[in-house]
Structures are given as C-alpha cells and as structure tokens.
Design a protein around this ligand. Structure first.
Ligand SMILES: Cc1ncc(COP(=O)(O)O)c(C=O)c1O
Length: 381
C-alpha cells in the first residue's frame, strides 16, 4: 500500500528514547528532557497581542501563494539592513516554517540522482528530505573543529553534485563558520557552479558578540548561487506559528512558489502578519532570550565533566558531546535509565559517538543536569 519512497524514510532512533522517557515520567520519575529543539521561552506578548488584533480585524482568508507583500517587504528590508543583501520581495517565498522551505527547494532543484552534499554532523531532516525529493544525500566528513573537511568536500564534488547545505550556527553542534571559512567554501562552490542552501535559522542565537556572516554576502556570484533559508521560529520563539522563508534568484523563488501554489498554498494569514510585526521589531524581542541562552551555555561549559569531549557551541542552544567513545544509543539509554536525563543520540545526526543535549531548559534543570552528569562519570569511569 505504501510507496517505496515513504517506506525508505528512516524511522527516528529518538522514538525509543522518548518512549522510555515517557514511561519513566508516567511512573512519577523526575526525568529532565534535554532533547528539546525549540526555545523554552514563550512567544513575546506584543507578537501575540498583534496576532489577536489581526484575527479580530478579519485577516483570515487565503493570501498570495508566496506570502503577503507586506511580509516579503519586511524580509527584504531585514536582509538589506541586517545582512547587507539586496533581494526584491519577488525573490522571497514564505512557507510553513524553514522545514517546508527546505523541502520546497529540494523539490524545485533536484532531478532523480542529483547529489546534495550534507556536512556531518547534520540536522536529521536534511538527508530524508533530499531522498523524498528524489535526490541522493552525500555526507562530508568533519574536521578537528567540527566544520566540513574541505579536502573531503573537494573530493565529493562531481558532475552530479547539485547543492551543498550549509548550516551555521549548526544544529546539533552549535559551531559557527568564520568569515575566512565561508570565503573558502564560497570559492569552491563558485568554481564548481554548485548551489549553496544556507540554513540560517539560528542566525540570531549567537554568542560572545560574534557577528553573523551569510555566505550570500561573499560576492554577487555567490549570492546568485545561494538560497537563504530562515524563519521566525527560533529567533522569536515562534516554532508553532510555522513561518519560514527563502530568498533566492527569481527563477528558484518562482519554482518554489509554483510548487506551493499546487500543494499547500501560503501559510496561515495570521502567522504571516505576526511575522511582519516580529521582523520589524527585531532585536528588542529576542536579545533577552539570547543573553539567557549564553548564560546557560557558559554554565554548562564551566560545570560539565572534564571527561566530555565537545566543540564549544558558539550559537544555537545545543551541546554535542562524546564520553569514553561510547556509542550514542548506549550512552543515551544509560543516561536515561541511571540518571533520568533524556538526550538525542548522535547516530541521528550522522555521528554515532556523540549525543546532543539542548539547553533550552531552565537554569534549575541545568544545575540538576550537571550534578547528574558528574555522578554518571564518577560511576562509569
Ligand atoms: C537546522 C534547522 N533547520 C530548520 C529547522 C526547522 O525550522 P522550522 O521550525 O522553522 O521549520 C530546524 C528545527 O529544528 C533546524 O534545527
């Protein structure tokens, strides 16, 4: 009954851990959930109030397939002001979250057998989406800094390579690419005429005063070869509102809009208006949240067991560590059963000796977490 395409979709290895965590919780055990992929903060009140006003005013009908003009203008202004990038509203398409934007892009650009290079460790959905769209995911190794190994990248590029996914700040590692690194990647992509799908959803969740660099700002050539993917989801704690977008060459934007026109139509009219409000207000709505994430990250860096091995996260809200070369499923299972800590096994992200914890949880929970992790290490030397 079910298509081969969907039968081949990988079931999630996290399910087993989640099931166990739920069973323990149901028994009254105090499980700390460190597997969360969204801010623990509520959507800021002014955004909620604005959306309620919009509903009352009756802005509740279908909108333009690519998103309301007002939102595409707000995004265009944001890209100009904050990233120094000039995109007209007609080069922007709004979708149901960055996830939907990404899937639309793969549908728009991939023919059967086209390859997409995905640097590991990677966000779980990239390879599955590429396969669903008929493409072939190809994985690039990481170097000692958990960034893509440039020699391996060079080796992987061939006639079938259509695109490279760049995700900075990264889920799951939190690493952020520096300008010089972005420049080398851009030069290689320009030379080989490969598209860069730049997933920038954690753009604003960045630490130590670092300035975010989008690969599209490398040069006009690179801008033509880039599809920017972003969303209001993480920046404004609006994951449930489902607003993401792409900015790209008009040919790609038109193709994505065409797909959307025959499948989902535009996302919720109300969420689109709320996103206009959020993007226009900008930093005032998220700086406190980002400061808090940085405090939590600093707390973890200071208090995690010395035996853990990890890249220092410079953005996003995850920490990706290994301990004693343990395989990720065993480590996750043991942490859950012995210390009631729920994390995500790295095997999901293409790194089976690592696990991901999220610090999108309260400082109190993180204090308990580090105590339990230190106990775990003492008991499992
Ligand atoms: C790297 C990355 N890209 C995209 C997404 C999807 O974002 P959205 O909720 O806007 O679909 C996520 C969500 O976890 C993510 O971590």
């Amino acid at each position: 009954m079910i298509s081969e395409r969907v039968r081949n979709l990988k079931p999630s290895a996290t399910l087993e851990i989640n099931k166990k965590a739920k069973e323990l919780k149901a028994k009254g055990v105090d499980v700390i959930n460190l597997s969360v992929g969204e801010p623990d903060f509520d959507t800021p009140e002014p955004i909620k109030d604005f959306a309620i006003k919009v509903i009352k005013e009756g802005f509740t009908k279908y909108t333009d397939t690519a998103g309301i003009q007002e939102l595409r203008e707000a995004i265009s202004n944001k890209l100009e002001k904050e990233n120094g990038l000039s995109y007209s509203p007609s080069q922007i398409v709004v979708s149901n979250g960055a996830k939907h934007s990404l899937y639309n892009i793969f549908l728009a650009i991939l023919d059967p057998g086209d390859e997409v290079i995905i640097p590991a460790p990677y966000w779980v959905s990239y390879p599955e989406m590429v396969c669903l769209a008929g493409g072939v995911p190809v994985f690039c190794r990481w170097d000692k800094n958990f960034k893509m190994d440039m020699e391996h990248l060079k080796f992987l590029i061939n006639r079938k390579t259509k695109a490279l996914i760049l995700n900075s700040p990264s889920n799951p590692t939190g690493i952020v690419y520096e300008k010089a690194e972005i420049d080398s990647i851009a030069e290689m992509l320009i030379k080989s005429n490969i598209l860069c799908i730049s997933d920038e959803v954690y753009e604003k969740i960045i630490y130590d005063g670092k300035k975010y660099v989008s690969i599209a700002s490398h040069s006009s050539e690179m801008k033509r070869n880039t599809v920017i993917v972003n969303a209001v989801s993480k920046t404004f704690a609006m994951t449930g509102w489902r607003i993401g977008y792409i900015a790209a060459e008009k040919e790609i934007a038109d193709a994505v809009s065409k797909i959307q026109g025959q499948t989902t139509s535009a996302p919720s009219s109300i969420s689109q208006k709320a996103a206009v409000f959020a993007i226009k207000e900008g930093q005032a709505l998220y700086s406190e949240m980002v400061n808090e994430f940085q405090k939590r990250r600093d707390f973890l860096l200071k208090n995690l067991p010395e035996e853990f091995f990890y890249p220092v996260p410079m953005g996003a809200f995850y920490l990706f560590f290994s301990y004693n070369e343990m395989d990720s499923l065993t480590l996750c299972k043991q942490l859950l059963e012995e210390k009631y800590l729920a994390a995500v096994p790295g095997v999901e992200f293409g790194a089976d000796k690592f696990i991901r914890i999220s610090y999108a949880t309260s400082m109190k929970n993180l204090e308990i977490t580090v105590d339990r992790l230190n106990d775990f290490v003492r008991e499992n030397k």
